[in-house]
Design a protein around this ligand. Sequence first.
Ligand code: SF4
Ligand code: SF4
Length: 72
Amino acid sequence: MKELRYLDDVSTLVLDPDKCVGCGLCTEVCPQAVFEMHRNKAHIVDFNACMECGACVNNCPSEAISVGPGVG
Ligand code: SF4
Ligand code: SF4
């Protein structure tokens, strides 16, 4: 089955790298593999795959991520 995709360029996902403490939890909880760790910081590698589920926001210990309720 093709990977599930959602609407392009509508996600409200925002990552503040200055707040990221490099715990890696967002890479573990995201069901869409939106994040990858590089140099001990999270990076958004597949922005348009985000379905705004909020799992990353709920697990990030440093409030480095924000996302609005799903519109996509
Ligand atoms: S809101 Fe959900 S799908 Fe989007 S980046 Fe966070 S965990 Fe992944
Ligand atoms: S959960 Fe938050 S602090 Fe941890 S790696 Fe992801 S963005 Fe950084």
